[in-house]
Design a protein around this ligand. Structure first.
Ligand SMILES: NC(=O)C1=CN([C@@H]2O[C@H](COP(=O)(O)OP(=O)(O)OC[C@H]3O[C@@H](n4cnc5c(N)ncnc54)[C@H](O)[C@@H]3O)[C@@H](O)[C@H]2O)C=CC1
Ligand SMILES: O=C(O)C1=N[C@H](C(=O)O)C[C@H](O)C1
Length: 265
C-alpha cells in the first residue's frame, strides 16, 4: 500500500511514519507539512527520524502528491482533517482519520464520505482501548440504572481538545447501552456545580506534564465500585493501530469503517 502521512513531525505523525516505514506491506510516498515549514523539501525519513532516508519528500502540497498514494493517514488537527477529507473524496483515496475534537456535523461529514471512499474514523486506535469499550458495554447493559457512571481521562499538557475523543466515544457507547441520547451526558467537578444528577454520565479531564493517555470509567454502586482503566505508556500503540487501520482499507469498497471492523469486535 502506498501511504501518505499528514504531519510527520507531530507526535503521532512521526510515530506513524516510523511504524509504516518498518512494515513490509507499506510504502511511504510523502509526508505533508503545514505551508512554509522549514523542513518542507527534506526527506520524510529524516523529518520523522525513521533512522534512514526514505527517498520521498515532505511537501506542503497534498493536492500535488495525492494521486501517488492508496491511503492517507491523518492525525493532525480538526481543521486540517476537513481539508484532507475534501481532497481524499475528490481524488477517490482511502482515508484513516484519528484526529479528535470534531463537532457532530463534522463527524457526519466523515460518515457521508463513506458513500464515496473507504473511510475509517477511529478516536482511539489502541487495541486494548477498543476491547475495554466492549467491557463498558457489558457492565452498562447489565447494571443499567443501578450505577452512576463517571469517566476520567488524563493527557499531556499540549492536548488541544477536552474531553478526549475516546471518552466521548466511551460515553456514547454507554449512553447507547442505557438506551439514552448523548445529550443526557453531563460534565461535573467544577466549582459551584450542583451534585450529581441521576442517570447521567460525567466527564472529567485532567491535563498535566507528558502523560500519554489514561482513561478510567468508574461504575459507582452502593457500597462498592468498579473501575476499568486503560493506561498507555507512550503513543506507539496508537501508531501501530493507525497503520493496521490503513492496511485494513487495502482494496476495500467505499464505506464508513471503524476500528471494530479491523479488530473483528
Ligand atoms: N486516534 C488515536 O488513537 C489518537 C488520536 N490522537 C489525535 O491526533 C491528533 C494529533 O495529535 P498529536 O500528534 O498529539 O498532535 P501534534 O500537535 O503533535 O501533531 C499535529 C501535527 O499536525 C500537523 N499539522 C497541523 N496543521 C497542518 C496542516 N495544515 N498541514 C499539514 N500538517 C498539519 C502539525 O504540523 C503537527 O505535525 C489530535 O487530534 C489527537 O487527539 C492522538 C493520539 C492517538
Ligand atoms: O491526544 C492524545 O494523546 C490522544 N488522543 C485521543 C483522544 O482524544 O482520545 C486518543 C488517545 O487518548 C491519545
Amino acid at each position: 500500500m502506498k501511504v501518505i502521512v499528514i504531519g510527520p513531525r507531530g507526535k503521532m505523525g512521526k510515530l506513524i511514519t516510523q511504524v509504516a516505514a518498518s512494515r513490509d506491506d507499506m510504502k511511504l510516498v510523502a509526508g505533508i507539512a503545514p505551508k512554509g515549514r522549514d523542513y518542507v523539501g527534506m526527506d520524510l525519513g529524516t523529518v520523522a527520524m525513521t533512522g534512514s532516508e526514505l527517498g520521498v519528500p515532505v511537501t506542503d502540497d497534498l493536492a500535488g502528491v495525492i494521486d501517488s498514494c492508496d491511503v492517507i493517514i491523518d492525525f493532525s488537527t480538526k481543521e486540517m482533517a476537513m481539508e484532507v477529507l475534501d481532497l481524499a473524496i475528490a481524488h477517490k483515496k482511502a482515508l484513516v482519520c484519528g484526529s479528535t475534537g470534531f463537532s457532530a456535523e463534522e463527524m457526519k461529514r466523515f460518515e457521508d464520505a463513506g458513500k464515496q471512499i473507504p473511510m475509517l474514523y477511529a478516536a482511539n486506535t489502541s487495541k486494548l482501548v477498543n476491547i475495554m469499550n466492549k467491557l463498558l458495554e457489558l457492565v452498562t447493559t447489565t447494571l443499567k440504572d443501578e450505577i452512576d457512571i463517571e469517566i476520567l481521562e488524563m493527557h499531556d499538557q499540549w492536548k488541544k481538545d477536552a474531553p478526549s475523543g475516546t471518552s466521548k466515544e466511551m460515553g456514547e457507547i454507554m449512553a447507547h447501552a442505557l438506551g439514552k441520547e448523548l445529550s443526557n451526558i453531563a460534565v461535573y467537578g467544577r466549582e459551584g456545580e450542583s451534585p450529581r444528577e441521576p442517570g447521567t454520565i460525567g466527564y472529567h479531564s485532567l491535563r498535566a506534564g507528558n502523560i500519554p493517555s489514561s482513561h478510567t470509567v468508574f461504575f459507582g454502586g452502593m457500597g462498592e465500585r468498579l473501575e476499568i482503566t486503560h493506561h498507555s505508556y507512550n503513543w506507539e500503540c496508537f501508531a501501530r493501530g493507525a497503520c493496521d487501520c490503513a492496511a485494513y482499507l487495502d482494496g476495500k469498497a467505499p464505506g464508513f469503517y471503524s476500528i471494530k471492523d479491523v479488530l473483528g469486535l
